[in-house]
Design a protein around this ligand. Sequence first.
Ligand SMILES: Nc1ncnc2c1ncn2[C@@H]1O[C@H](COP(=O)(O)OP(=O)(O)O)[C@@H](O)[C@H]1O
Ligand SMILES: [Mg+2]
Length: 234
Amino acid sequence: MTSMISIRALNQYFGQSHTLWDIDVDIQKNQCTCILGRNGVGKTTLMQSIMGLAPNVTGDIHFDGQNIAALSAERRAPMGIAYIPQGRQIFSQLSVEENIRTGFFASRTKHNKVPDFVYELFPVLSEMSRRRGGDLSGGQQQQLAIARALVLDPTVLIMDEPAEGIQPTIVQQIGEVIKTLVREKNMTIVLVEQKLAFARGVGDQYVILDRGRLMVKGDMSELDDSIIKTYLTV
Ligand SMILES: Nc1ncnc2c1ncn2[C@@H]1O[C@H](COP(=O)(O)OP(=O)(O)O)[C@@H](O)[C@H]1O
Ligand SMILES: [Mg+2]
């Protein structure tokens, strides 16, 4: 296995509050790594740290061999790391197609063609391309947020709780999309997830955080009941 993102001795602070403690983790190339843990343990903050969006981060973050820890968020995304924030954050007044095109803002080149595979993954979005983002269901908005993140054909896709508050049929479709992106598009996926069944269905590796620390990591097939009971059950 080859490491696509390699994090060493990462610490993060919100003011006086020490949120992430000495995190070491490798995100393996062309796999789906699930970041698990109860509410408030630091999952989102870790993703924001990778993207350059969290304040007061120390430590090393290597992406594809290059240390990106000192780079601004504006420099990181165009290197091929796409981020879908928790809660989707699409533009409700813009059309579906305009929302997808906002994905080009992260680019420094003059891209403007939405790759065909994006609409192939989400046929519903091509049917609804002229509708306003705000008219879509929660699940469709999540699909739209994924589509927007894919327009630059990223190497790594980071998704923060994409299944949160979404109807089961669309959760299942999103699971299929994740598998397709890993197998057919060679993508590396980091999936923050609280729905264990969903994570198990799509994940190759798991990482568990608890109170800002990395507690256990391994192959998804080795995630057993005692680990689940200790770190994940509420
Ligand atoms: N902008 C912020 N300012 C201060 N504290 C924050 C901020 N964002 C998150 N936190 C705190 O950091 C901790 C980790 O939060 P978060 O990364 O959102 O957890 P998770 O995604 O695992 O639910 C929590 O205690 C949360 O209250
Ligand atoms: Mg979160």
